[in-house]
Write a new protein. Structure first.
Length: 383
């Protein structure tokens, strides 16, 4: 390293030291401000004051550095609000529910339970269910919404729902239903999915003129299906239903994209194995319950938030994860049908429920968010 580089770095170190001292002074005054706001029943967030301050900072920094200065000050202001909340001793209602759940949840995840699944025997949801529970009693329902309702009403203790696939992406219908139902996630499972072309015994591949399957499976096998000539693709409720339809059909020119298990269950012949476009094809399922349950080893936390359609609203939330050193594993957005230009955001965080950062995060989000829902903390099994 040459002398000029050492000199420049020395200058930056001196400036950083001054900035840290000024930051400490600013936070000390911020703590005093928290006491004033508490005494006069004022909210921690003063949006008008912050907007004016950001404008002034940009003007003082000049045209070239204005945006950079605003970005830095947004982080400072977020830290200031968080510090004020901690000084006020605000307790997170969500974290209170978490502590209660930790005390009341058994040490062992239940092995036997009544579980709701969408579809019929042989569906991938059933396979995921059998990997989560040792001996479940499964009740099958026609739609995903019926699974939510079965759990919500208490008819079933748990429900199994597909939430995303490594090839086809998120199951949007599930995210939309999440906004309309009350539930908690207690476990998730990652199931390797292998789709197979199944037909009646005696049928040949060149005879097939129509293929039944679920839309997600069809999407995951798009490349293979495109290579079949003069074949119609028909969407049905799920892959197990597709296999049953083929088994019950009087036609010999139909086939189903489904699992090997369904081939055995419905007496079908395997025409082609593992026809998904990617061999590393996984579907992630969530296990939901009516009540909040948090079992030992829980290290994945799911949240839902409604954010306004304006610049910086998502950044404001993401900056909190970054400031607390919390890793974001998934971010999903869905438009709210009854609210123009507003979105529901779904977050999966990699953080233990016992980490102090979680309590602080919930405290900040509850104090500043328009709508915030904690969905649960759980661990994931690999099937």
């Amino acid at each position: 390293m040459d002398q000029e580089m050492e000199t420049l770095r020395g200058e930056i170190d001196q400036i950083d030291q001054k900035m840290v001292e000024l930051f400490k002074e600013r936070m000390a005054v911020s703590a005093k401000m928290a006491g004033y706001k508490q005494a006069h029943h004022l909210p921690t967030l003063d949006a008008g004051r912050e907007r004016a301050l950001l404008g002034k900072v940009a003007e003082q920094a000049g045209e070239e550095l204005g945006d950079y200065a605003q970005s830095m000050y947004r982080t400072i202001l977020s830290a200031s609000r968080s510090y004020q909340n901690s000084k006020l001793g605000l307790n997170s209602q969500t974290y209170g529910h978490i502590r209660q759940a930790l005390e009341q949840t058994p040490d062992l995840f239940p092995q036997r339970a009544i579980v709701a699944c969408q579809g019929i025997e042989g569906a991938y949801s059933q396979i995921a269910c059998d990997s989560i529970f040792k001996s479940p009693t499964i009740l099958y329902f026609d739609t995903f919404e019926h699974v939510f309702k079965a759990v919500e009403s208490g008819m079933c203790q748990y429900g199994i729902l597909p939430i995303e696939n490594s090839t086809a992406g998120s199951v949007n219908a599930i995210y939309d239903l999440m906004t309309r139902h009350n539930f908690s996630i207690v476990r998730s499972a990652r199931l390797k999915v292998s789709h197979n072309l199944l037909a009646k015994h005696g049928a040949k591949l060149e005879d097939i003129r129509e293929v039944y399957s679920h839309e997600q499976a069809i999407s995951q096998c798009a490349g293979y299906l495109a290579g079949l000539k003069d074949v119609k693709v028909t969407v049905v409720e799920n892959t197990a239903v597709a296999a049953r339809m083929v088994a019950q059909s009087e036609r010999t020119d139909v086939a189903a994209l489904s699992s090997r298990f369904c081939g055995e269950e419905y007496g079908l012949n395997l025409l082609a194995a593992n026809v998904q476009d990617q061999d590393n094809n996984y579907t992630r399922f969530i296990c939901i319950s009516k009540n909040l349950e948090i079992y030992p080893g829980a290290d994945r936390t799911s949240l839902m938030m409604t954010l306004p359609h304006k610049p910086g609203s998502l950044y404001h939330v993401l900056s909190k994860f970054y400031a607390l050193g919390i890793n974001l594993r998934k971010l999903e957005s869905r438009p709210l049908p009854d609210r123009e230009f507003e979105f529901m955001f779904y977050f999966d965080l990699e953080c233990s429920v016992y980490a102090p950062e979680i309590a602080r995060l919930f405290q900040d989000l509850e104090a500043e968010s328009e709508q915030f829902r904690y969905l649960g903390t759980y661990n994931e099994v690999i099937c």
